[in-house]
Design a protein around this ligand. Structure first.
Ligand SMILES: Cc1ncc(COP(=O)(O)O)c(C=O)c1O
Length: 324
């Protein structure tokens, strides 16, 4: 099992601080996501139907046509490698480690890729845009050129857009019904619905049919399908939330810089601070009950957004106590 943020119970044991006393900034999940509403009882009682309104709500929200809902984008990350014969796969590094893990587990030849130029012999390229944890963004024109080259040799470009919702101009979803381009979206980050386990694959219908077959019937809980549909239809909330998150992320960058931890980049939902002192700072913040995620290659810290005003004050205070 790979390491992830959000493991509060483990942090509670490690630092001897009860889970409810933590300020958890270890993920890139919106701490004040889409405002929840009550789910109708029928959504729990009936079997979920895969021709309900979820996928059409997602198509309108993202601006795409050929789409399949999955139990989180994680389910797609694990299933996609099983739909191809043995391939040479270049996976962006550093990035969300589950991609390289899933392609290796499925028996492909996986190479760590710096995202600069496309290798002549590569079959599949996998990248995250904007990238997690570094926050690096790539413009759509460059990605589409790579897609053209890969498609010409029967290859795939897989773009994980888990963090794209606040900057939709970077998204490739509008192009993803053409062969060889596969885009992943998540409702866990911007919408703050990580526990609902809803993600999407946008790709040509042939790939979606194969994925659906592979994932089997009822992969997503009916209550989660219903709730996600409401969130995807709430365009007013989405519009306001984009601006609010960008302001909040800028505030986070400002606080970190004031405490001598200037981020090199970030998204609307986290800031990335490259520093060789990452493990020491993570530990010192942990002793204050502030959980952040430390990475080793390259060394750095990822800070998610605080939520309520008191959480911002708490982060500020913890950073002044630890003297980074
Ligand atoms: C870049 C990226 N992609 C995908 C995922 C999986 O998200 P989910 O399965 O909740 O959609 C994560 C989770 O942290 C992520 O960071």
């Amino acid at each position: 099992m790979l390491e992830h943020g959000g493991r509060l119970n483990a942090a509670a044991v490690r630092f001897g601080i009860e889970p409810q006393r933590w300020l958890d900034l270890s993920t890139g999940i919106n701490p004040e996501g889409w405002p929840l509403v009550d789910v109708p009882a029928q959504a729990w009682r009936r079997l979920p139907e895969d021709d309900d309104a979820l996928e059409s709500a997602a198509s309108s929200c993202f601006g795409c046509s050929s789409i399949l809902a999955t139990a989180g984008s994680q389910a797609a990350i694990q299933a996609l490698p099983k739909l191809r014969p043995q391939s040479r796969v270049d996976v962006l590094a550093p990035s969300y480690a589950e991609h390289a893990h899933a392609w290796s587990q499925a028996g492909h030849t996986v190479r760590s890729w710096d995202g600069q130029t496309l290798a002549d012999d590569v079959d599949v390229v996998v990248l995250v845009n904007p990238n997690n944890p570094t926050g690096t963004c790539r413009d759509a024109a460059q990605l589409l050129r790579w897609h053209d080259a890969l498609r010409a040799r029967g290859g795939w470009l897989v773009v994980d857009e888990a963090y794209v919702d606040a900057c939709p101009e970077l998204s490739l979803v509008a192009h993803a019904s053409t062969p060889g381009l596969i885009v992943l979206r998540s409702l866990g980050k911007f919408f703050g619905l990580a526990g609902a386990r809803i993600g999407f694959v946008i790709a040509e219908p042939r790939i979606l049919r194969a994925l659906r077959e592979h994932l089997g019937p009822w992969p997503i809980c009916g209550a989660a399908r219903w709730l996600a549909t409401q969130a995807l239809r709430d365009t007013e909330w989405q519009f306001a939330e984009r601006r609010r998150l960008l302001r909040r992320s800028a505030r986070l960058a400002e606080i970190l810089s004031r405490h001598h931890l200037p981020p090199s980049a970030g998204t609307a939902l986290f800031q990335w601070v490259p520093t060789p002192a990452a493990p020491r700072i993570e530990h010192a913040l942990g002793l204050c009950g502030v959980l952040v995620r430390s990475f080793s290659d390259p060394a750095g810290l990822r800070f998610g957004l605080p939520g309520a005003e008191g959480e911002w004050v708490r982060l500020d205070k913890a950073l002044s106590q630890i003297r980074p």
